[in-house]
Design a protein around this ligand. Structure first.
Ligand SMILES: Cc1cc2nc3c(=O)[nH]c(=O)nc-3n(C[C@H](O)[C@H](O)[C@H](O)COP(=O)(O)OP(=O)(O)OC[C@H]3O[C@@H](n4cnc5c(N)ncnc54)[C@H](O)[C@@H]3O)c2cc1C
Length: 392
């Protein structure tokens, strides 16, 4: 059962605070985010008007500590909250996820001065969302192969190159950009910079016409002699890749929540439709096959929740959880994919029509197996740990 609705069935203490926050966000998402979701999917229009409200609810800086100006939520609350947003609109959820990634990098690695300069205005939504810019046209999974360069020039850094697939990149006021500062040092030659909207030499590319999550403003970013001050270098030179990976580990739990929110909404729609639709003189729900499909799906969803909650709890306890967060992400995203497919099937022909929400959910979920570490990359991480355990 969905942990927000039936926490008592979990046999897992998610805590009163987490539950209350998730319920509040769910109510807000149903009232304010869900109504425009289908239209945004049709037009691909970025929900700029929602940014101040998302900020007011603390949803753009969830994982940044309260001391640094963020909401200071733990990973368990983040997981549940992401599912509450995505059940209403997956585009809005991924916009929150990418702002959270960008702000988390700053919260964990920026100087006190930098945090004060950037986190509070973005927490308040005054300057729009922020973006996390790691992937490039020629490399996503193998991010350590990135080519965007940053060279020192007096008191400045000059960036050249390009990023690809950047969520919210079309409208973000701030981009956390990973660039190569040492061509010979591999993953130790990457540093992290803040590039603000309007920086000289920085332009935004064409928006992608995507299958799903269509309102999330996914673009390429171009840097041609883009000049930023040394005050925009985040943390230490050469540590950028480590910052990116550490932040993405927590991000995996967020994506597990995001896809489970989509899947829970799909399950609800599928079960309701099956209970109403009649064929051969009975409801679709009355066919044993439909019940078996729903039973399998419910079982897999519950298992996915438990894996995701375990990963979140381990992170909350400050424990290393690379394999567990990968298991949570790969399992939840693949279960969610089966869920949207099966629930669409229960809708018959109507499921294939844009009139029905299940059609959007089917498309919106697909990318969750690709971004923030594809399923294959998650399996690499899990496999690496198994191999290390059994190494002779
Ligand atoms: C809608 C959307 C939003 C995104 N938002 C962002 C964002 O905000 N910021 C950002 O930085 N990036 C973002 N991305 C990029 C995303 O993280 C990458 O697409 C993803 O990491 C995969 O990289 P790739 O597309 O280059 O595929 P590739 O890395 O080229 O992979 C192609 C295929 O090969 C597989 N593969 C690769 N390496 C291995 C291996 N070692 N073993 C087995 N299989 C392997 C992959 O799993 C995949 O199936 C976004 C992508 C999309 C589609």
């Amino acid at each position: 059962m969905h942990p927000i609705d039936h926490p008592e069935r979990l046999a897992f203490d998610i805590g009163e605070d987490a539950l209350q926050i998730a319920q509040t966000v769910r109510d807000f998402a149903r009232e304010r985010i869900a109504p425009g979701a289908a239209e945004r999917d049709r037009t691909s229009e970025f929900p700029m008007e929602l940014i101040p409200e998302l900020a007011e609810m603390g949803l753009l800086t969830m994982k940044v500590s309260a001391d640094d100006g963020g909401s200071g939520l733990d990973n368990t609350t983040y997981l549940l909250t992401m599912s509450a947003i995505s059940a209403a609109c997956a585009s809005t959820a991924v916009i929150c996820a990418s702002s959270n990634l960008a702000m988390s990098v700053l919260g964990r690695n920026a100087s006190a001065e930098q945090k004060e300069r950037w986190i509070p205005p973005y927490a308040r939504g005054e300057l729009g969302p922020s973006s996390f810019a790691l992937s490039e046209p020629h490399c996503g999974s193998d991010a350590a192969a990135l080519r965007t360069s940053a060279r020192r020039d007096g008191d400045d850094w000059v960036l050249d190159g390009g990023k690809m697939w950047i969520t919210s990149g079309a409208v973000a006021g701030l981009h956390v950009v990973f660039a190569r500062t040492d061509p010979d040092a591999g993953s130790r030659g990457i540093s992290c910079f803040v590039v603000e909207k309007g920086a000289p030499g920085f332009t935004i590319g064409r928006e992608e016409d995507k299958m799903g999550q269509r309102a999330s403003g996914t673009v390429a970013l171009h840097f041609e002699g883009c000049r930023v001050s040394d005050a925009n270098l985040v943390g230490k030179v050469g540590e950028g890749y480590r910052y990116a990976l550490a932040t993405l580990a927590g991000g995996r739990v967020g994506i597990a929540g995001l896809c489970l929110g989509i899947a829970e909404r799909a399950f609800e729609l599928g079960a309701r439709y099956a209970a109403e639709r009649k064929a051969f003189g009975q409801t679709v729900m009355d066919f044993q096959n439909s019940r078996f499909v729903l039973a399998d799906t419910r079982t897999e969803l519950d298992a996915a929740w438990l894996l995701a909650l375990r990963a979140a709890k381990l992170l909350d306890q400050g424990k290393e959880a690379a394999a567990e967060t990968s298991m949570a992400k790969v399992f939840a995203t693949e279960v969610a994919d089966r869920t949207v497919d099966r629930m669409l099937q229960l809708h018959g022909g109507y499921g294939y029509s844009k009139e029905y929400e299940i059609e959007r959910l089917y498309r919106d979920n697909r990318v969750t197996r690709i971004y923030e570490g594809s399923s294959e990359i998650q399996r690499l991480v899990i496999g690496r740990q198994i191999a290390a355990t059994y190494a002779g």
